[in-house]
Design a protein around this ligand. Sequence first.
Ligand code: GDP
Length: 296
Amino acid sequence: MAFEGLASRLQNVFGKLKGKGKVSEDDVNEAMREVRLALLEADVNFKVVKEFIAKVKEQAVGQEVLKSFTPGMVVIDIVNKELTNLMGGTQSKLAKSNRPPTVIMMVGLQGAGKTTTTGKLAKLLQKQNHKPLLVAGDIYRPAAIKQLQVLGEQIKAPVFTMGDKTSPVEIARSGLQHAKDNGNDYVIIDTAGRLHIDENLMDELKQIREVVKPDEVLLVVDAMTGQDAVNVAESFHSQMELTGVVLTKLDGDTRGGAALSVKAVTGCSIKFAAMGEKIDALEPFHPDRMASRILG
Ligand code: GDP
């Protein structure tokens, strides 16, 4: 389950605090020391941890809190609120074009879950009565086109492909036109990933962006890679002006470092979370629900 390591540690810390009738400043400091360690162990960016602890302490050690009827609960509420803020505060929704189709470009490193997420996102949109077209723009990974076609068949969504001999820029351009001609109100473009960020990859993505002028550029990152995912997000954001991040493999992420750092470090909101390989395993990312889940 996502975040179980962090969740159990924090629940332990706050369990002790909750049990106390009176909470002293020392108790709060002690709890915050443990929270700090738990967050660092969860692979949250150290600067983010430092600021987080400072913010919580600033609010928690005031006399009003400590003299309140249930001081432990008040401290937990403060932590809950700050964890929520750390992950972006409110849910960040998908943009919608005034002039359909809305164009969504999926970017990321190979293996992050880009193609799978493209299918999942189409399924989510279908559930909201939209008619997404999937565009197979990853021509370098041998199985990517077929994989997208299989996903398309599974959810009965059309997949636009021109094979692997046409340039991805041309595929994206033609795919967009195809959507316009066929009344698809969303176009989701699967793009190529590499094992590492390189100039060729970025150049190609920028060219596609120029041509299709996407409403969303969503970076798909593997949450299990922790701070590496955050670094990838920083690099992509500096070059591609991302509009959002999709965290995948949260089902296998017991630590939670990427989820808790990505927004604070990059300024880029997490829009979706993927929690499994199945086509339904994609949800809008709700910072408040995630915080509550961590605090139990
Ligand atoms: P791409 O190279 O970025 O297009 O990656 P793929 O979409 O092919 O995904 C790589 C692997 O990760 C596949 O085996 C997927 O089934 C798996 N995967 C993708 N998303 C998730 C997720 O949320 N949870 C789990 N457990 N596996 C996932």
